[in-house]
Design a binder for this molecule. Structure first.
Ligand code: NAP
Ligand code: F7E
Length: 338
């Protein structure tokens, strides 16, 4: 009988890759899904249909802000591991919806910890909290590591700092196994389309396929340490397999600008980004995080984890995927039924 895991945010980028990984490792996976008027399970539908008969993936309606229902669910499922990945995860949007963002990112994490604390009275449970490099904000040290002080720059980042400290607090106060993964940006062909890397690969593919003529972006000079989401969910799992609960940075150790990422993607399609990219100040943020660069040596030493996909490979995977997608869109648009 495999272990049981409970994933909040299972319909998101990371949740979908993590569910695949845990199913491969013979876990029984339970996921929290928000009810919406349209389906939100596109990223996990293929897993569901693959393992449906074995009952290895079960989805439950719920919301991180509904602590009582979350506790009932956790006590019913009795997971060995909880991965708290659910969040309003868009930094720009967190300025428009600061209270809601804090309710999901901050209080939501606290609700998960409380549910785990109650379960822990009768069964040992391990909790992973999805912390973020955004907590370093206007950075006080470069590269950023586990000991770098936080200096958050957005409602989202403030919520993540709160959740980080609550996780440490539950570990110390209740002797619980609760760990933070401080993950630097990680992307993929499943990345939400309003995050900058995916926005760029989607637009470049559509431009090449003749479906779009311009790409409007904000600050091209911001620098990020970008890795591949598949590598990072492996890191999350390793964090929870470690003998003792602890906090770990996961990063590639390389930083590039948004402009560099544009150049890389457009070049792969034999295009010059300067012919297509225009600046729209609507995408500027009230406060920008100028530079993130992570030092993941603790994860390498203690977990044997390193990011195995470099930025060129990542850009290639995403660009190819989105060019194929754009070609299918173009084909569907031109299709005239007999
Ligand atoms: P994502 O694609 O935006 O997924 C977020 C998930 O959270 C979705 O499943 C979403 O459900 C769910 N969610 C949102 N509000 C919720 C609520 N109130 N109750 C329950 N679920 C809710 O994010 P991601 O990129 O996979 O990131 C996973 C986690 O890691 C997030 O906590 C994020 O803040 C954190 N993180 C991400 C990165 C990164 O670079 N990707 C780096 C560091 C940390 P719907 O599908 O219904 O919207
Ligand atoms: O922005 C700049 C923008 O939205 C990256 C989340 O997963 O990673 C993510 O947060 C940079 C910023 O990601 C556009 O100003 C320019 O400097 O892709 P992003 P993020 O804000 O770094 C962290 C680690 C998380 O934890 C978050 O959950 O790109 N940028 N022009 C733009 N960004 C967007 N979105 N759109 C633009 O048009």
């Amino acid at each position: 009988m495999g272990k049981t895991a409970f994933i909040t945010g299972i319909t998101g980028q990371d949740g979908s890759y993590l569910a695949e990984l845990l199913i491969e490792k013979q876990y029984n996976v339970h996921g929290l899904v928000r009810r919406s008027s349209t389906f939100s399970t596109e990223r996990i539908d293929h897993i569901y249909s693959d393992v449906h008969e074995r009952g290895q993936l079960r989805l439950h309606y719920g919301d991180l802000t509904d602590g009582q229902a979350l506790t009932n669910l956790v006590l019913e499922i009795e997971p060995d591991e909880i991965y708290n990945l659910g969040a309003q995860s868009h930094v720009r949007v967190s300025y428009d919806q600061p209270v809601y963002t804090l309710e999901t990112v901050g209080v939501g994490a606290l609700n998960v910890l409380e549910a785990a604390r109650l379960l822990n009275r009768r069964k040992h449970v391990r909790v992973y909290q999805a912390s973020s490099s955004e907590m370093f904000g206007e950075v006080l040290e470069t590269p950023q590591r586990e000991t770098t002080p936080f200096n958050p720059q957005s409602p989202y980042a403030c919520g993540k700092v709160y959740a980080f400290h609550q996780t440490v607090n539950y570990r110390r106060g209740y002797d619980m196994y609760a760990s933070n993964g401080i993950l630097f940006n990680h992307e993929s062909e499943r990345r939400g389309e309003t995050f900058v890397t995916r926005k760029i690969t989607r637009a470049a593919g559509r431009i090449k396929a003749g479906l779009q003529s311009k790409l409007y972006l904000g600050n091209l000079d911001a620098k990020r340490d970008w890795g591949y989401a598949k590598d990072y969910v492996e890191g999350m799992w390793r964090i929870l397999q470690h003998d003792e609960a602890d906090d770990f940075v996961l990063a590639t150790g390389r930083t590039e600008s948004v402009r560099d990422f544009c150049r890389l993607v457009f070049e792969q399609l034999d295009l010059n980004y300067e012919d297509y990219v225009e600046i729209d100040p609507r995408y500027f943020r009230p406060a920008e995080v100028d530079l993130l660069l992570g030092d993941a040596s603790k994860a390498k030493e203690k977990l044997g984890w390193t990011a195995s996909t470099d930025l060129e490979e990542l850009a290639q995977i995403m660009t190819q995927h989105d060019f194929d997608l754009a070609q299918r869109e173009a084909h569907a648009k031109n299709f005239v039924p007999n």
